[in-house]
Design a protein around this ligand. Structure first.
Ligand code: ADP
Length: 267
């Protein structure tokens, strides 16, 4: 779990209407569902919004073993006594912060249903283990969930009843110019290196059919740029930050190396 941000705030470059939609949803207390591939900026968007609204951010990375208690809270033993400890959802509800459930489809449905009463007009959370105490969400509370539609399977999907309670924002990888700006800024490298990487990334995304399950995300391009910033050649940086993490398949790797040689003008 991570809390609020300070200073000038996390950098987020708006791509389309996502910031506008997010702000409008927050003002009306509507939950937001962010969809998009891994490493495209979902988390960064939430971080920058929490900063902009001046509210704490509670992030939960969802997984199969997560229970409702991991969200809501539980009694813990402290030297002979039991003490109630709020979970991230409850803290967000009390304080009026954003509770961000990252990769929400990874969680089991029975863990997620606790958000339902918060995600509609009631904006209430019932703490069953505290004798059914009901909390009304403070102003500023917002539920945000993210997921990567590419990972979805029949077994892993959100219930329609959960989805219907959310405002959806679809994010993709940024267009070339925007991604160049992001990569250059985040990795603190010059435009030529960023440009080379972003063109390569775009080509990998086009070649997705070649067998890559995931494509080169903005995150991997930033990592490659950072390596270049440390003096590595384009080819070595891309092999280390993109090709090796993305695939174990020798043929796919070969295809990527060919693309690297096509796009690496700096060599
Ligand atoms: P996700 O949550 O979708 O997996 P992240 O939010 O962690 O992805 O994004 C990965 C990295 O890409 C971030 O650390 C950030 O540096 C960068 N990034 C992606 N999109 C943007 C954007 N629009 N503005 C600023 N940074 C971005």
């Amino acid at each position: 779990m991570s809390t609020g941000t300070t200073g000038s705030g996390p950098y987020y470059l708006g791509i389309s209407t996502e910031v506008e939609v997010f702000e409008a949803a927050w003002r009306r207390g509507l939950p937001v569902m962010l969809k998009g591939p891994t490493g495209c900026g979902k988390t960064r968007l939430v971080e920058s919004m929490a900063h902009r609204f001046g509210v704490p951010l509670y992030t939960v990375s969802c997984h199969e073993d997560m229970t409702a208690a991991d969200l809501v809270g539980r009694f813990v033993l402290t030297g002979g006594d039991t003490e109630w400890v709020d979970g991230p959802l409850t803290r967000g509800v009390r304080e009026g912060g954003i509770c961000y459930l990252d990769e929400v489809v990874e969680a089991r449905q029975d863990a997620i249903v606790v958000v339902h009463s918060l995600a509609d007009h009631r904006r209430e959370l019932t703490l069953e283990r505290l004798g059914g105490q009901t909390l009304t969400a403070a102003d500023g509370f917002q539920l945000v969930v993210s997921y990567n539609p590419g990972y979805q399977s029949v077994l892993k999907d959100l219930k329609t009843s959960t989805r219907q309670r959310m405002v959806g924002i679809e994010l993709g990888f940024p267009p070339l110019d925007a991604e160049r700006t992001i990569v250059a800024r985040e990795a603190r490298v010059g435009d030529p290196a960023a440009d080379e990487l972003v063109r390569f990334g775009t080509a990998v995304r086009r070649a997705r059919d070649a067998g890559l399950r995931e494509v080169a995300s903005t995150r991997t391009l930033i990592a490659a740029a950072a390596l270049m910033g440390e003096g590595l050649a384009f080819r070595d940086a891309v092999i280390a930050a993109v090709a090796t993490p993305l695939t174990d398949d020798p043929e796919v790797r070969e295809g990527l190396l060919e693309l690297i040689d096509t796009y690496g003008v700096g060599g």
